[in-house]
Design a protein around this ligand. Structure first.
Ligand SMILES: [Fe+2]
Length: 145
């Protein structure tokens, strides 16, 4: 059973954020599964992927915040830094060959991410939806004239 099942209530008003969040949740689920299976090689690979993907995702959100002059950018990015440090710490512990059953920090990562999505990212998505102009509607076809 996965650690976290995606629910429609996790969806925000910005599609790219939802895609990224679902990928992060699936990587955290995969890490949890690797712990249950005591698969340390799999765990090293998944945590490396999680670190890379979190870097990519946080950069995407930082770019969105910059582009629209989001007022809470600094505190939002501070939260990203906090999450990133926890994943880095997990990676160091894996490289130090700490037993996987000690790595219940994965549960913390899942709880942190859900809280961040439901509160902090929801605020950001609402701001983006209200302040970034939507793509223009395509012009009507000339053929109908
Ligand atoms: Fe965020």
């Amino acid at each position: 059973m996965p650690l976290c099942t995606w629910e429609t209530s996790f969806n925000l008003e910005v599609g790219v954020m939802n895609e990224h969040h679902q990928r992060l949740v699936s990587l955290i689920n995969a890490a949890y599964d690797a712990i249950q299976l005591n698969d340390s090689h799999g765990m090293v690979r998944i945590v490396g992927e999680l670190l890379d993907y979190a870097t990519y995702h946080f950069k995407t959100e930082a770019d969105l915040m910059r582009q629209c002059g989001y007022p809470s950018q600094a505190s939002h990015m501070e939260q990203h830094g906090h999450f990133f440090r926890h994943i880095s710490d997990l990676q160091s512990r894996l490289h130090a060959r700490e037993p996987l059953h000690n790595l219940e920090i994965v549960i913390f990562l899942k709880e942190w991410l859900m809280q961040h999505i439901l509160v902090t990212d929801r605020e950001l998505a609402g701001y983006l939806a209200a302040n970034v102009p939507a793509a223009p509607e395509p012009l009507p076809s000339q053929d109908s004239a």
